[in-house]
Design a protein around this ligand. Structure first.
Ligand SMILES: O=C(O)[C@]1(O)C[C@H](CCCOc2ccccc2)[C@@H](O)[C@H](O)C1
Length: 152
């Protein structure tokens, strides 16, 4: 029996504060709400989710490296590290898994320093400005890709 493909969903710094501050920018859903929605959507797609958050760049790098042999794809909202971290980019490039980058806010309506993401160079696609739904669209995109490859 083929195992259910597992998708690693990574959240970077301060996303643990989601729903508590800046609702006009990031919405009112908590990270727990996002996780529950991802789990529910993954079930309909024949996927499992492994949903994590860290404020530490090195922990995110470790999790990406460890996913190489255990996960079928990565959805990542690296938070502010999106705009600074070559280390996370290098880890994503090294594991050779399909990656979808997600941002809750529309980066291009915000400060210019948010308009560039290092992560995008490792991503098949980037979803931003659609709030928590962006995570669900990312799961759908990975599910479609894995189905096309006969892996889901
Ligand atoms: O729009 C996104 O998802 C971001 O990745 C969120 C990051 C910020 C995550 C912090 O989220 C908070 C949520 C509530 C209260 C404070 C921060 C920001 O640095 C990126 O430029 C865009």
């Amino acid at each position: 029996m083929a195992r259910t493909p597992k998708i690693l969903i990574l959240n970077g710094p301060n996303l643990n504060l989601l729903g508590t501050r800046q609702p006009s920018v990031y919405g009112r859903e908590t990270l727990g709400d996002v996780e529950r929605a991802c789990t529910k959507t993954a079930e309909t797609l024949g996927l499992e989710v492994d949903f994590r958050q860290s404020n530490r760049e090195g922990e995110l790098v470790d999790w990406i490296q460890e996913a190489r042999d255990s996960h079928a794809g990565i959805v990542i909202n690296a938070g502010a590290y999106s705009h600074t971290s070559v280390a996370i980019l290098d880890a994503l490039l090294a594991v050779d898994l399909p990656v979808i980058e997600v941002h809750l806010s529309n980066l291009f309506k915000r400060e210019t320093f948010r308009h560039h993401s290092y992560i995008s160079q490792a991503a098949q696609g980037v979803i931003c400005g659609l709030g928590a739904a962006g995570y669900l669209y990312a799961l759908d995109a990975l599910g479609r890709r894995l189905s096309a490859q006969g892996e889901a």
